[in-house]
Design a protein around this ligand. Structure first.
Ligand code: PGA
Length: 254
């Protein structure tokens, strides 16, 4: 029997909040979420707020994540942040978000380096994959998901600790989430790809989230789909009440 996967609701605050605002938002999230029984919850603030948010979260059930890392332990990489700097501060790190793929030209190979660096330092990578609207309309969504997933987990024997987020680019920040069917379909392509590469047991152990305009109105139908193990939330994670209602929805599905 495969062990049940604990749902994860992770907030991606992106380039929002000053350290003071981040600390306040973290306190608000703690109060709004309360005891998230049966659900893993994380918030991922900007780098400069990690320390303040870590302090605010101390003693709470909410974990901390970063939004990126550079895949080297230290060195001459001006402006970058290494996994060694994050490893005692964070549990999670978002890797390969579509904004980084698009605006910072991150390749699948570079993203794989980052996933491996995260794992080597005891961080849980949240590897983002997803097709653009253009790719979807050209009938290439499945190929893109397969390629990004295969590349993302390359050279990694034990994929179980990896979290993958299926984030169709056309659904991010647009207010137009994927339909529950589309979310289920995308996630099943990702899980099949892992099964082909690493076997069924490995595929069943990986948590796969949906991300892209998830909100209190659509969360229940998205999480009700088989194989959807939680959400990576952008906009709605900046509002403590909305974020907490997503956590409650995940707890009710459990
Ligand atoms: P969104 O962002 O919820 O604002 O669409 C999700 C994400 O980019 O991770």
């Amino acid at each position: 029997m495969t062990p049940a996967r604990t749902p994860l609701i992770a907030g991606n605050w992106k380039m929002n909040t000053t350290p003071a605002e981040a600390r306040r938002l973290a306190s608000d999230v703690i109060h709004a979420v309360g005891d998230p029984a049966g659900v893993d919850v994380a918030v991922c603030p900007p780098f400069v707020s990690l320390h303040a948010v870590a302090e605010a979260l101390r003693g709470s059930a909410i974990a901390l994540g970063a939004q990126n890392l550079y895949p080297a332990p230290s060195g001459a990489y001006t402006g970058e942040i290494s996994p060694t700097m994050l490893q005692n501060l964070c549990r999670y790190v978002i890797i390969g978000h579509s904004e980084r793929r698009a605006y910072f030209m991150e390749s699948d190979e570079f993203i794989n380096d980052k996933v491996r660096a995260a794992l080597e330092h005891g961080l849980t990578p949240i590897l983002c994959v997803g097709e653009s609207l253009e790719q979807r309309e050209a009938g290439r969504a499945t190929d893109i998901l397969r390629a990004q997933t295969t590349a993302g987990i390359a050279h990694i024997d034990d994929v179980a600790p990896i979290v993958i987020a299926y984030e169709p680019v056309w659904a991010i920040g647009t207010g137009v989430a994927a339909t529950p069917d589309d979310a289920r379909e995308g996630i099943s392509v990702i899980r099949e790809t892992i099964a082909d590469a690493r076997g069924h047991g490995a595929a069943e152990s990986v948590r796969i989230l949906y991300g892209g305009s998830m909100n209190p109105q659509n969360v229940e139908s998205l999480l009700a789909q088989p194989g959807v193990d939680g959400g990576l939330i952008g906009g709605a994670s900046l509002n403590a009440e909305q974020f907490a209602s997503l956590v409650r929805a995940a707890a009710q599905q459990g």
